[in-house]
Design a protein around this ligand. Structure first.
Ligand code: FAD
Length: 358
C-alpha cells in the first residue's frame, strides 16, 4: 500500500517524487521508459525575459526562487552533481524593428532588473563569431538546467521504487477510497495517483472530462561542435545556442505545430541550420538531432489539481517550454495541498484554464 503512485518520470514526475519522499510519503513511480519524454531532449534554458516583445516571464521570481533553492538543496544532498548553472546570456536583436521595440519599451522595474549591459551593432565586446548586426543586451539571471543529469540521477536513486510500464484505462481502477494499478499480475494500491504525463496528458482518459485545452508543439534541437564559437555565453534570439562543454553547443529549438510525433526530420534539420546560421558566423559540425513534443496549453500556463469527481486523482502538467522553472514550485504546492496546509494556487489550478475558455 502506497501513499502516492506517480505516473510519468519526466521533470514533473521526478521533482514531485523527490518532494513527496522528503515529506514522508511512500511512493511508487511508473513510466514507460520515458518514451516521448520532452524532458530528455530539453535544452535546459531558464530565461527571465521571453518573446519578441521582451516581457518578463510569467511569475518568474515566484517560480525561480523556489527552483533555485530546490535544485541547490538536491545538489548538496546528491554530492558532486550540478543541476542548475547560472550562465551569462547575450540576447541579440533580430532586426531594426525588434531593436526599436526594445528601446521604446517602458522599462518596468520587473523588467529592468534582468537587463545588463546593452551593446550596439558590431560592438567589439561581442565575439566576432556571433552575428550582431542590430545590437542587443546581456540578460541577467539566466541559466542552464541539466535535465539529463538530474533525471538520470533521480532514476538511479529511485530505481527500487520504479516500474517500467504504461498505465492505461484498464490498469488503473478505483474501489472505495483506494486506487489500484494492476501490471503483470501484480496490483499496487494507493491513496493518491499523480499523473505527470507530459503531452500524453492530452489523451489521458482519466482527465478527458476536465476539458484541458492543449496546444502541443513539436520542437527539434541539435548538438553542434565548433572550435571558433566562444563557450562563455548563451546566445539567444527566440532560439538559443547553449555551451555544454568540449566545444559542443545545444541548439534549440524549432516550433512545429503541424507534426504530432517525435521523429527528427530533414525539414527540422533545415530549420535548425537556418536558425543557427542567423545567430553565428563560423564553422560548425552537427553531431546529433532530436525531437520532442512540448506539453503546451492554449494559454501557455501550467496547471495542477485534483479531479473534482474522483478524489485522490491528481495532475501536474502543461509545463510547456519551462518545465525546469515550474516543476519545483508546483510539486511543493501539491504537498502543501495534500497536507491540508494550503489550497492550490488559483492561477495554477486547472479550473483557471477551464474558465478562460468557457
Ligand atoms: C525541443 C525542446 C526543447 C526544450 N527546451 C527547453 C528548455 O530549454 N528549457 C525548459 O525548461 N524546457 C524546455 N523544453 C520543455 C520541457 O521539455 C518540458 O517543459 C518538460 O520536459 C515537460 O516535462 P513533463 O515531466 O511534464 O513531461 P515529459 O518529460 O514528457 O514526461 C512525461 C513522462 O510520462 C510518461 N508517461 C506518459 N503517459 C504515461 C502513462 N500512461 N504510463 C506511464 N508513463 C507515461 C512518458 O513516457 C514520459 O516519460 C523543451 C522541449 C522541447 C521539445
Amino acid at each position: 500500500m502506497h501513499d502516492c503512485i506517480i505516473i510519468g518520470a519526466g521533470i514533473a514526475g521526478m521533482v514531485s517524487a523527490r518532494v513527496l519522499l522528503d515529506a514522508g510519503y511512500d511512493i511508487l513511480i511508473i513510466d514507460n521508459a520515458r518514451k516521448g519524454s520532452a524532458s530528455m531532449i530539453a535544452a535546459g534554458l531558464i530565461n527571465p525575459i521571453t518573446g519578441k516583445r521582451f516581457e518578463p516571464s510569467w511569475r518568474y521570481d515566484d517560480f525561480m526562487s523556489i527552483a533555485r533553492q530546490f535544485y541547490s538543496d538536491c545538489e548538496h544532498q546528491d554530492g558532486a552533481n550540478v543541476y542548475y548553472r547560472p550562465f551569462p546570456m547575450l540576447r541579440v536583436f533580430a532586426d531594426e524593428k525588434e531593436r526599436d521595440t526594445f528601446h521604446r519599451k517602458n522599462m518596468s522595474e520587473s523588467l529592468q532588473r534582468y537587463i545588463g549591459q546593452q551593446f550596439g551593432k558590431d560592438d567589439i565586446s561581442v565575439h566576432p563569431a556571433i552575428n550582431n548586426q542590430f545590437g542587443g543586451f546581456r540578460t541577467l539571471d539566466a541559466g542552464i538546467f541539466e535535465y539529463v543529469n538530474f533525471l538520470d540521477m533521480m532514476s538511479e536513486k529511485f530505481s527500487s521504487i520504479s516500474i517500467n510500464a504504461f498505465v492505461d484505462k484498464h490498469t488503473l481502477t478505483k474501489k472505495g477510497d483506494l486506487w489500484s494499478v494492476t501490471l503483470g499480475g501484480n496490483t499496487y494500491h494507493s491513496k493518491y495517483v499523480l499523473f505527470c504525463d507530459g503531452w500524453q496528458g492530452s489523451i489521458n482518459p482519466f482527465f478527458a472530462d476536465i476539458d484541458l485545452r492543449y496546444d502541443i508543439v513539436k520542437g527539434e534541437s541539435c548538438i553542434i561542435q565548433s572550435y571558433e564559437l566562444p563557450e562563455t555565453d548563451i546566445i539567444s534570439r527566440g532560439f538559443a545556442i547553449l555551451p555544454i562543454g568540449n566545444h559542443m553547443f545545444r541548439c534549440a529549438a524549432t516550433f512545429q505545430w503541424n507534426e504530432f510525433h517525435t521523429i527528427p526530420t530533414a525539414f527540422g534539420a533545415e530549420r535548425l541550420e537556418n536558425r543557427i546560421s542567423s545567430l553565428i558566423r563560423c564553422k560548425y559540425e552537427v553531431l546529433e538531432q532530436s525531437a520532442g513534443l512540448r506539453p503546451t496549453m492554449f494559454d501557455h500556463r501550467p496547471f495542477m489539481g485534483e479531479h473534482p469527481q474522483c478524489s485522490g486523482l491528481l495532475t501536474i502538467g502543461g509545463l510547456g517550454t519551462k518545465g525546469a522553472l515550474y516543476a519545483p514550485f508546483m510539486a511543493l504546492s501539491l504537498v502543501k495541498y495534500l497536507n491540508g496546509m494550503e489550497e492550490i494556487d488559483p492561477e495554477l489550478h486547472f479550473k483557471a484554464i477551464h474558465h478562460k475558455h468557457n
